[in-house]
Structure formats: structure tokens, C-alpha cells
Design a protein around this ligand. Structure first.
Ligand code: C5P
Length: 236
């Protein structure tokens, strides 16, 4: 069920990011910090944006041996972000270790953990001929989502077009966080399989991740409002 729009802060550094956020005045959109900004500005940018009152999805897509990912998640858990992610490809053991790293000493867990299944930049041919995975791409995505569910994760990153199938296999409470969203008639950029915010709502996405249609708009605040009203409908 549609919960919110997450703006992808794909900026090269702190200054451009803070300039962008200052346009929103007292409003505090939900934002995504990915590798580009995190590697340029470090954990301080997460603390600074969090202190302003934004909810944050930290999109670092971890993938390593379970022990290393457990430790990395322990370090990242101190940032108190709302959602963090990893690659389901790293195995169920890695996903379980990641969850352990996010659990505080009192047994509570503040940060939700979601998995990337198969990157949307990977096509069927690459999956079969280069990565030597013989199963159809759609089955691989669903199997990875089920592994994430079984490991105790809170959801997956997927296409809005896959959200319904993920919910029917993994439960309606299992989060679907979906990029690849464009306004009707808008520029697609490098996204191929796109849906509009209204379609993503109909397809059952929980969160849509929207970058350039908002960050590149002449009036980003108006674009964000339009996106929210289309996606959330009457639930705003
Ligand atoms: O600008 P745009 O709306 O295409 O941005 C989408 C965001 O979602 C980017 O930050 C991109 O890295 C991210 N993303 C994606 N497809 C995935 C996973 C993440 O587009 N499968």
C-alpha cells in the first residue's frame, strides 16, 4: 500500500544537496542517500540530514562475507536511518548476519533492512550468458525475494511491475520499494521499464524512489507535491 515518495539525492556533494533540501522550507521529504553522495560526503551527511528531521533510506547495497556485513551494519546502525539495503545475491547467511548487526544491545531494531534482488540493469541475456544463472530472470527475482523474506528482512527493492507478485509470495506487509518512476509524458533517461506514480500505486508499491523527475524539475517542490498526490491519492 502506497506509503510515501522517496527522493533520490543523487548529488556529488554536500553543498548541492543542502541547496536542494533548502528549497523545501519547513517540509521534510523522505530521501534516499546512495553511494555517490555517501562516498563523497561520508556519514556526516547522513547525520546532518537526519538532524533536519528527514527520514532516510541509505542505499549502499552491501554484499560481502556474512561477518563483514554484520560488522558494517553494526557501524551503520548508529546512524539510525529508516531503511538500509544489501544484495540478496550475498546469500541468506549474509542477510541473517546483516540483521544481527542492526539489532541494538537491548534487542530492538530501529532500521528496516531490504534486499536488492536482481539489478534492473541486468537483462536476461547477461544473467544467463555472463553470470551463468540458468533460471528465467523473473523466477530469480522472486526466489531472491523469498530468500530475503525467509531471512527475516523487511522487503525488497524491485520494479513496480513486480510489486504485486512479491506481495502475493511474501505477504502484503513485505515492503516493495520501487524506482523507475516517471511522470506521464516525462523524460525516461536511462530507465527502461517505467511506470507513473499513479500506476505504481495501482500495482501495490509501498514506496516509490524518484530522482531526476524531481531533482531535475524547474520547480522540484511542485514536482514532489505532484508525485505525492498522484502516488498517495486520498491518503495524504
Ligand atoms: O533519477 P531516477 O528517478 O532514475 O533515480 C532512481 C534512483 O533509484 C537512483 O538513485 C538509482 O540509483 C536507484 N535505483 C534504480 N534502479 C534500481 C535500484 C536503484 O534506479 N534497481
Amino acid at each position: 500500500m502506497a506509503k510515501d515518495v522517496i527522493i533520490a539525492l543523487d548529488f556529488p556533494g554536500r553543498e548541492r544537496t543542502m541547496d536542494f533540501l533548502s528549497k523545501f522550507g519547513d517540509e521534510r521529504p523522505y530521501v534516499k542517500i546512495g553511494m555517490e553522495l555517501f562516498y563523497a560526503a561520508g556519514p556526516d551527511i547522513v547525520r546532518e540530514i537526519s538532524a533536519r528531521g528527514h527520514r532516510i533510506f541509505l542505499d549502499l547495497k552491501l554484499c560481502d562475507i556474512p561477518n563483514t556485513v554484520r560488522g558494517a551494519m553494526r557501524s551503520l546502525s548508529a546512524l539510525g536511518v529508516d531503511i538500509i539495503n544489501l544484495h540478496a545475491f550475498g546469500s541468506s547467511a549474509m542477510m541473517r548476519a546483516a540483521l544481527e548487526g542492526l539489532i541494538a544491545s537491548d534487542g530492538s531494531r530501529r532500521t528496516k533492512l531490504i534486499a536488492v534482488t536482481v539489478l534492473t540493469s541486468t537483462d536476461e541475456k547477461t544473467l544467463h550468458d555472463e553470470l551463468l544463472i540458468g533460471h528465467p530472470l523473473a523466477d530469480t527475482v522472486m526466489s531472491y525475494a523469498e530468500n530475503a523474506r525467509a531471512a527475516g528482512l523487511d522487503g525488497v527493492v524491485c520494479s513496480p511491475l513486480e510489486a504485486g507478485e512479491v506481495h502475493s509470495r511474501c505477504g502484503s506487509g513485505f515492503l516493495t520499494v520501487t524506482p523507475g518512476v516517471r511522470f506521464a509524458g516525462g523524460e525516461h533517461g536511462d530507465q527502461v521499464r517505467v511506470t507513473t506514480p499513479a500506476m505504481a500505486r495501482t500495482l501495490g508499491s509501498d514506496y516509490i524512489v524518484v530522482g531526476r523527475p524531481i531533482t531535475g524539475a524547474a520547480d522540484p517542490v511542485a514536482a514532489w507535491r505532484l508525485c505525492r498526490s498522484e502516488f498517495l491519492g486520498g491518503e495524504m
